[in-house]
Design a protein around this ligand. Structure first.
Ligand code: ZN
Length: 253
C-alpha cells in the first residue's frame, strides 16, 4: 500500500501548491489583507498529538509556508508547543468547543469561552478562532454565535463563519480521504467540495494542477500525518474504526 498522509507527503503537497503559484496565507492574513492572485489558506486543527503540529510547523517554515494552527483547551494547549509554532511565523488560534463542554448551556459556554481565551492570550495575541467539530456531541459549537458576538472578544474571524461565501474551494483531510464524505460537521456552507474522485494526496496534487482554482482553503489535521512508519499503520487502522463509529453515533443521534 502507498504511504499517504505522512509528513513527507505533506511536504510534497506544499511544494505542489507553491509550484502551481499559490501564495500561502493564514486565516488572519486572508481576512485582513489577502495576498491577491492564487491563494491557499492553510488551516490546522490540532485535535490531538501537538508534537505532530510542531513537526508540521517546522516543515512549513523550512518551505517558506505560513499557516494557522488552532489548539484545543486543554487537550492540546501545550504552551511550549504553541510558543514554538508562533516563533516559526505561524498564526495561533483557539479551537473552541465550549457549547459541547457546557452541554448546550449558552451562559456557561460563553463564560468558559472567555476564560479559555484568556489563557491563550497569556501566550499570544489570538485574533481568529475555529470551532472544534465535537463529532460525539449533539451541540454545534458555532451556534454560540447565534446569541453572542465574537467581535466583542477582540476576535476578528471564525474559521467557518467568516470564511464562507468568499469563493474559496474547501478541502479537508478528514478520514484521510480528500474527497470523502466522512466529516460529520466539517462542511462549509455555499462552497463547492472537491470532486469525489480525489481521494489520495497524489490525486489532490494532480487536481490542483488541472483545476486551476483561484482560492483554496485546506484543513489539515497534523495528527493524521504520520511522522513514523509505526504511527502511519496505527493511524490508518484507527481511522477505519473511528469513521465507522461516528457513522453509527450520528445515525443514533
Ligand atoms: Zn477539531
Amino acid at each position: 500500500m502507498v504511504r499517504d498522509f505522512t509528513m513527507a507527503k505533506y511536504g510534497e503537497l506544499c511544494r505542489v501548491l507553491l509550484g502551481a503559484g499559490y501564495t500561502p496565507a493564514t486565516v488572519y492574513q486572508y481576512l485582513t489583507d489577502p495576498p491577491g492572485g492564487r491563494t491557499v489558506v492553510l488551516r490546522h486543527d490540532v485535535d490531538r498529538k501537538p508534537e505532530n503540529a510542531l513537526k508540521m510547523a517546522e516543515l512549513e517554515h523550512a518551505l517558506g509556508v505560513c499557516s494557522t494552527y488552532y489548539f484545543r483547551h486543554p487537550h492540546t494547549f501545550i504552551p511550549e508547543v504553541i510558543e514554538q509554532v508562533l516563533s516559526l511565523g505561524h498564526e495561533v488560534g483557539y479551537h473552541y468547543e465550549v457549547l459541547a463542554k457546557a452541554k448546550g448551556n449558552y451562559e456557561e459556554a460563553i463564560a468558559l469561552f472567555a476564560r479559555e481565551l484568556e489563557e491563550f492570550r497569556s501566550l499570544c495575541d489570538v485574533r481568529t478562532i475555529c470551532m472544534h467539530g465535537s463529532p460525539l456531541s449533539r451541540y454545534d459549537n458555532r451556534d454560540l454565535w447565534k446569541r453572542y458576538d465574537f467581535r466583542e472578544f477582540g476576535i476578528m474571524g471564525e474559521a467557518y463563519l467568516s470564511m464562507a461565501g468568499k469563493g474559496l474551494c474547501y478541502l479537508t483531510d478528514t478520514g484521510r480521504n480528500w474527497g470523502g464524505k466522512h466529516s460529520v460537521r466539517d462542511a462549509m456552507p455555499g462552497v463547492e467540495p472537491v470532486p469525489p474522485s480525489v481521494a489520495t494526496t497524489d490525486d489532490l496534487a494532480r487536481w490542483i494542477g488541472s483545476a486551476r482554482v483561484e482560492g483554496l482553503y485546506l484543513t489539515v489535521h497534523p495528527e493524521r500525518w504520520a511522522v513514523s512508519e509505526g504511527e502511519w499503520a496505527t493511524g490508518y487502522m484507527m481511522d477505519l474504526v473511528m469513521n465507522a463509529g461516528k457513522a453509527v453515533l450520528v445515525a443514533m443521534r
